[in-house]
Design a protein. Structure first.
Length: 194
């Protein structure tokens, strides 16, 4: 393995890309515009915060520019229930899936925060058999280090894999997790996730 590749895989080993999908602690229901507010209206009016963090900014700050390429998809499910052998069982059916742009984003020293408005979930009613609605976020993120004549994508594949970054890896795949060159909300779940 050449020294450049070895260095790339070493950095990727310590990159530790983490994704947290949670409630926005700065959310204010019925927030109003206030020109004197220290926190932007788009932040306080968003009930969901998706945080993407990594050790990369500290590891490679002097090596080039680092960008986070993030894609977020909101899946909406219809939730129904029934009884099987005296147990209540829920059934989920995907009724809508769409890529969503954040209302606003905020850079952090170790990453990026994305703010969204997630529609309300409704539980199904077993007595009336009325369906419920459930929302679920999916995130795919990729950190890109750009240098004068080099572009590195993180997370990198394992050193023994050696799969080069090419066209099939440029777009995220929401149909499965653990894909090469893309971090996801399962494989890269933050230890602080709620």
């Amino acid at each position: 393995m050449d020294p450049q590749s070895g260095f790339y895989y070493l950095i990727s080993l310590f990159a530790d890309i983490r994704i947290n999908i949670g409630t926005n602690p700065e959310f204010l229901p019925n927030a109003k515009h206030d020109i004197n507010a220290t926190t932007p209206f788009q932040v306080i009016s968003s009930n969901t915060c998706i945080r993407i963090e990594s050790n990369l900014p500290g590891l490679i700050s002097s090596l080039g520019s680092l960008n986070i390429n993030a894609h977020c998809r909101l899946n909406t499910f219809e939730v129904k229930g029934g009884r099987i052998k005296s147990e209540t069982v829920t059934f989920k059916k995907l009724i809508n899936s769409r890529l969503v742009s954040p209302k606003v984003q905020r850079l952090l020293p170790q990453g990026l925060e994305l703010f969204f408005e997630t529609p309300t979930n409704y539980a199904f009613d077993l007595a009336t058999r009325s369906a419920g609605i459930s929302q679920q976020w999916q995130v795919r993120a990729q950190c890109v280090l750009e240098q004068t004549n080099q572009r590195w994508h993180f997370p990198a594949p394992p050193p023994k894999d050696g799969t080069p970054f090419d066209a099939p890896h440029e777009k995220p795949n929401f149909d499965s997790v653990g894909k090469l060159y893309w971090a996801d909300e399962f494989t890269n779940k933050s230890r602080n996730s709620n």
